[in-house]
Design a protein around this ligand. Structure first.
Ligand code: A3P
Length: 303
């Protein structure tokens, strides 16, 4: 099925989820060709849930050590956008080339990301022992962030994407990689079944207790912080380097574009939890809350 989307082109439904026609080729190529390795780390997110932030955090966590100590002035994050360091499988790598060379270009542990729902992950991801870090965000903030983002992408300007219409579609599940709730529930249930393979985290949790969750993440990925690192303040260094303030003020993130066309700066807007209050009416918020409650009922998951 096709539906006129609120990205510039149409949305296609594939395996129960909506994709922009531009990215379908990347989705199919990645499903067919991506060979996961046991040491891979895959960051899976719903769009606008803080992917850019988690990419920066995962990169500085996993690649810390002799080359990438998070303190010095030579850290790769100071000169490269997080999406360049941790590329999307279906939106960058497999969209640019149907069979990219991921063996020689990426040293293990390889860090990749995707917005694919659980049902659409490449078979090799399911068959391997690679770890999945799943990030999502309160649906109200996710929707608002997505609305602002797609407005920026539209050459015609924001007036062409009325908020009410966008919300109505989002609620019906017709949004990039939507239905949002099905996406989240797929990984939530998987994280309950296989906690050693899937780490489930919400943007709001990360905002509230970043140090605590960064240490949990390090344990999960098998690279816990040593006492000497704790004494040196490595956790705080990583969090400072990856903060909205630091990343959004770097020249590399204020300028430039991704190969997929989005401006680096489009990934940094407000970076706050609860910012939906500035845009949604009480009625709109209630509508999203009601759907969220219905969809997540009995799952144990709450936003
Ligand atoms: P807002 O639009 O609410 O500001 P994604 O990276 O998945 O596209 O998500 C983008 C959202 O994450 C935007 O939210 C953006 O501002 C926020 N963000 C980007 N970098 C961040 C950071 N370092 N810390 C917290 N939030 C960040």
């Amino acid at each position: 099925p096709r539906e006129k989307g609120w990205v510039a082109n149409h949305l296609h439904q594939y395996q129960g989820f909506w994709h922009s026609s531009r990215q379908m080729q990347g989705v199919l190529a990645c499903q067919k060709h991506f060979q996961a390795q046991d040491s891979d780390i895959l960051l899976v997110t719903t769009p606008k849930s803080g992917t850019t932030w988690l990419k920066a955090i995962l990169f500085s966590l996993v690649k810390r050590g002799e080359h990438y100590h998070p303190d010095p002035q030579h850290h790769p994050l100071l000169t490269k956008n997080p999406h360049v360091l941790v590329p999307f499988l279906e939106l960058n790598l497999y969209l640019e080339k149907p069979v990219p060379d991921l063996m020689t270009s990426y040293a293990p542990p390889r860090l990749f990301s995707t917005h694919l729902p659980l049902v659409s992950l490449p078979e090799s991801v399911k068959d391997s022992a690679c770890k999945v870090v799943y990030l999502c965000r309160n649906p109200k903030d996710t929707f608002v962030s997505l609305w602002h983002f797609t407005n920026r992408l539209r050459p015609e300007g924001r007036g062409t994407n009325p908020l009410e219409e966008a919300l109505e579609k989002f609620c019906r599940g017709v949004s990039l990689y939507g239905p949002f709730w099905d996406h989240v529930l797929g990984y939530w249930n998987e994280s309950l079944k296989r906690p050693e393979r899937v780490f489930f985290i919400k943007y709001e949790e990360m905002k509230e207790r970043p140090g605590f969750h960064l240490r949990r993440l390090a344990e999960f990925l098998g690279c816990p912080f040593f006492p000497e690192e704790e004494a040196q303040g490595v956790v705080d260094n990583i969090l400072r380097l990856c903060s909205f303030e630091t990343l959004s003020n770097l020249d590399v993130n204020k300028n430039g574009k991704l190969s997929s066309g989005e401006e680096h700066s489009a990934f940094f807007r407000r970076g706050e939890a609860g910012e939906w209050r500035n845009l949604l009416t009480a009625k709109m918020a209630e509508q999203l809350d009601r759907i969220t409650e219905e969809k997540l009922q009995g799952s144990g998951l709450k936003f």
